[in-house]
Design a protein around this ligand. Structure first.
Ligand SMILES: [Zn+2]
Length: 353
């Protein structure tokens, strides 16, 4: 017989190990409990755990923290699992409702980015287009979990900053800015409080999307009213081989947010801001990118440079300087083989509400 207290030890003390083992609570009793400081926890699904502080009122923030949406991006998964253990043991104070999501658990077990389809291209209902994909039911389940979680949060219009989502990744390639964030397109100006939080997390650069995406953060921003971002926190390595000290800035900022602290204004440290102004679109298998295969993200190119050629199609730099992000000539024809961004730091910061 397992008591609820024992269950909380195995689920909370090593949420990553519990998830990798494919464990699930045997009874409803084992699926929830209470840990240090009166924090209540509930296991909702594989890799999905809700934590509720002892005191909740209508100003309590709701924070979705996700990692492992790409199964091989191990460092943030390890950080999130450690954070759960620290909350459970009372080492990390909790003043927010939290939904912890280890995104693609099946791919994590396989040590792969994904099994059939990139999970982070299937949100916003796109999973319905690939019903046979092993990622499709997971995308649908995570959308539903996010919606249920945020449905219990105050409206963002009534309590600003009530809903947050931080989706933590590590990048495949090197970057001119080792740690950067992607803000989904919402049709609104970026929130000052989000940029201040990113500064607090030592994020050096922010990319602002100008079209709606199919990422988890695009979904929570668009469908759940969350202040949402995708964080790229350095390079991919296998479980256990991460130097977690490199992620200390983001980890500390997440912990301050959960403790109920509001990021302080830090004009001096605000990240550089880049806005998407174009993309290289793969026309055919003849696509030739005129950049090194391992070109770091945010590498700048000067006006007039021809970055891509594909039959009659060319991508020529038209601004004084454009930077390439996520170049990938290996995508299928018709898809995006790279994004181009320009520096909009001054204008964006000047226009913040
Ligand atoms: Zn990723």
């Amino acid at each position: 017989m397992t008591s609820s207290a024992d269950a909380s030890v195995s689920v909370l003390a090593d949420f990553l190990g519990y998830t990798l083992a494919g464990s699930s609570p045997a009874t409803a009793d084992e699926a929830s409990g209470e840990c240090a400081g009166g924090v209540r926890w509930q296991w909702l699904d594989e890799g999905v755990l809700e934590l509720t502080p002892a005191h909740v009122d209508e100003t309590t923030r709701s924070v979705l923290l996700s990692a492992g949406v790409h199964g091989d991006e191990t460092a943030p998964i390890e950080l999130l699992s450690q954070l759960v253990a620290d909350i459970a043991a009372g080492r990390a104070p909790l003043a927010c409702r939290v939904l912890v999501v280890l995104g693609n658990a099946a791919a994590m077990r396989a040590g792969e980015r994904y099994l059939d389809d990139d999970l982070n291209r299937l949100f916003g209902g796109r999973h319905a287009r690939v019903p046979d994909s092993r990622e499709a039911p997971r995308a649908a389940a995570l959308e539903a979990a996010a919606q249920r979680f945020f449905s219990k949060a105050p409206e963002a219009t009534r309590v600003p900053q009530a809903r947050w989502h931080l989706d933590m990744h590590t990048a495949i390639r090197a970057s001119a800015f080792e740690q950067f964030a992607l803000l989904p397109h919402t049709g609104e100006r970026p929130a000052r409080v989000m940029l201040e939080w990113l500064a607090d997390a030592h994020i050096a650069a922010v990319l602002i999307h100008t079209e709606k995406g199919a990422t988890l953060s695009s979904f929570t921003a668009g469908s759940c009213g969350a202040l949402a971002c995708t964080l790229e926190l350095g390079k991919v390595r296998p479980f256990g081989q991460n130097d977690l000290a490199r992620f200390a800035g983001a980890d500390a900022a997440v912990r301050r947010l959960l403790a109920g602290e509001t990021p302080s204004p830090q004009t001096a440290r605000m990240p550089r801001i880049f806005t998407v102004i174009g993309q290289i679109t793969k026309q055919s298998e003849a696509l030739k990118l005129n950049v090194a295969a391992d070109v770091p993200n945010f590498t700048p190119f000067a006006r007039g440079q021809v970055l891509a050629e594909d039959g009659a199609y060319r991508y020529v730099v038209e601004h004084d300087e454009e930077r390439i992000v996520f170049p990938n000539p290996g995508v299928k024809p018709g898809l995006r083989a790279g994004l181009l961004v320009v520096d909009t730091t001054k204008a964006t910061l000047a226009a913040l509400a």
